[in-house]
Design a protein. Structure first.
Length: 222
């Protein structure tokens, strides 16, 4: 019988969430030729890894930025698109394991079952002791993630995704990501604080646009 990934460890996840979730700090993203704050955190996780698999590599922007920042390992890419050259067209082509896997802004383009299947498949491709980094729009953001791209099919909230990865046996930490300018004046900062207070305290939603989960695979099985 095929495992239903949607309800895998369902009550274990519920119990974990009820026992309390960690704080998920804010990171900032801004367009820049250099690494922004979010990219610096991602790069710190992969810079000393000998192999990286970038799933949904898109326009190869991240690959180029990481090489420019000093990454010297083997960097492979996968994407279903045809506008750029990739090492792999499908996940099923990949036979090797990697010490780091990036899956940035991909799973929201799949329905829930397929998104979770991809996560499990990537975990299998991750070497023991490796790190997998998932980035996806924030399902709790007051700005609907479905409004920005008609190809988005499913939204995740950070607590649920954290508990899912944790119950898979991965040591997981998370961040919420806001899109904002690198340097803001005092008035902009004040307006941001007011808006964030209203969104979180009065409306009960979130102002962070994206979420990032950093999941570490154990070096050895228990």
């Amino acid at each position: 019988m095929q495992i239903n990934l949607v309800y895998l460890n369902y009550w274990q996840r519920k119990e974990l969430l009820q026992s309390g979730v960690p704080k998920f700090p804010i990171l900032r993203w801004w367009p820049s030729p250099e690494l922004c704050e979010v990219e610096q955190v991602i790069f710190s996780q992969i810079k000393n890894r000998d192999t990286v698999l970038d799933v949904g590599a898109g326009n190869l922007r991240i690959k180029e930025k990481f090489y420019h920042a000093g990454y010297s390992g083997e960097y492979h890419t996968q994407d279903i698109g045809e506008e750029f050259q990739y090492n792999y067209a499908t996940i099923d082509e990949i036979k090797n394991q990697y010490s780091a896997i990036l899956c940035l802004d991909v799973i929201e383009h799949l329905d829930l079952v397929d998104g979770l299947y991809l996560i499990h498949k990537l975990t299998e491709l991750l070497s023991p002791g490796g790190v997998m980094i998932l980035q996806t729009p924030n399902g709790r953001c007051i700005r609907s993630p479905l409004a920005s791209d008609m190809t988005h099919l499913h939204c995740y909230n950070i607590s649920d995704l954290w508990s899912y990865l944790t119950c898979m046996g991965l040591r997981t930490e998370g961040y919420r990501v806001v899109w904002e300018e690198k340097n803001k004046n005092f008035v902009q900062q004040l307006l941001d604080l007011l808006g964030r207070y209203i969104i979180t305290r009065l409306i009960g939603l979130d102002y962070a646009d994206n979420i990032i989960l950093i999941a570490h695979k154990p070096s050895t099985l228990p």
